[in-house]
Ligand binder design. Structure first.
Ligand SMILES: [Fe+2]
Length: 259
């Protein structure tokens, strides 16, 4: 009798444990799936480690305003960072205040905004883009920069474009041909390096209706006149020449390697 009771208890406990394991496993699966889908969303920005979450604020530069002299002048850097970039940050925070509550919830990080970009008004699109693009741009320049890329990025540039010189030529072309204001980009698109450009403050991470230029940025170059007018006036080609002397290939390679 005792044996029967012991056996029944054993079977009952085993059944409880099995059920708990199944429930636990399905909970684990759904939690994992949720985390995975969240990761896919946040992945679009996390790789650049820019920490761009609301309330949005102006990031500090890793170098002084005169750190890129004589190629990019101090006055341009100071106005560009303190006035233009700050303007995007201020106007983004203001634009978010006027949204309906559901959209405010979705505006707490730039990755979420870019993922559902077409739901947001133009004021958010322009200022969120302006904030992200500039934050990335500052990190992709440095004092005593320039030279040639190294490592895996250098290999990928050579195998994709034939040579570093050919890559520069194509990147310069994209920068020169961007009519009016915008950005030139080197991105990874479907596992391949691709050069392109976007108008205004759009970027290749925004999920917009229609066929925009898409990919994960490795290089970002501001070709708005405010980026060069004080020193170069309307000569964008001169600005490009200066840019290649301050480009931060280490940062670009880090981005490329993290993709
Ligand atoms: Fe700019």
């Amino acid at each position: 009798m005792e044996n029967n009771n012991a056996r029944r208890n054993f079977l009952k406990q085993t059944a409880i444990l099995s059920t708990a394991t199944i429930i636990g496993s399905s909970l684990f699966t759904s939690t994992f799936a949720a985390e995975k889908s969240l990761n896919i969303d946040s992945e679009i920005l996390d790789y650049a480690n820019l920490n761009l979450e609301a309330p949005y604020s102006l990031p500090k530069l890793d170098y002084d305003y005169d750190g890129l002299e004589p190629h990019i002048d101090k006055a341009t850097m100071e106005i560009h960072h303190k006035k233009h970039h700050q303007g995007y940050v201020t106007n983004l925070n203001k634009a978010i205040e006027t949204l309906d509550p559901k959209l405010i919830e979705q505006s707490k990080s730039l990755d979420t905004i870019f993922n559902v970009m077409s739901k947001f008004p133009e004021s958010v699109r322009n200022n969120a883009g302006g904030h992200y693009n500039h934050s990335l741009f500052w990190t992709l320049m440095k004092p005593n920069g320039g030279g040639n890329p190294k490592g895996k990025l250098a290999d990928a540039i050579s195998s994709t474009f034939g040579s570093f010189d050919e890559f520069k030529k194509q990147f310069n072309d994209a920068s020169m041909k961007r009519f009016g204001s915008g950005w030139a980009w080197l991105v990874v698109q479907d596992g391949k390096l691709v050069i392109g450009s976007t108008p205004n403050q759009d970027n290749p991470l925004m999920r917009l209706r229609g066929k925009g230029f898409k990919g994960k940025p490795v290089l970002a170059l501001d070709v708005w006149e405010h980026a060069y007018y004080l020193k170069n006036q309307n000569r964008r080609a001169d600005y490009l020449e200066s840019y290649w002397k301050v480009v931060n290939w280490d940062a670009a390679e880090n981005l490329f390697n993290s993709l």
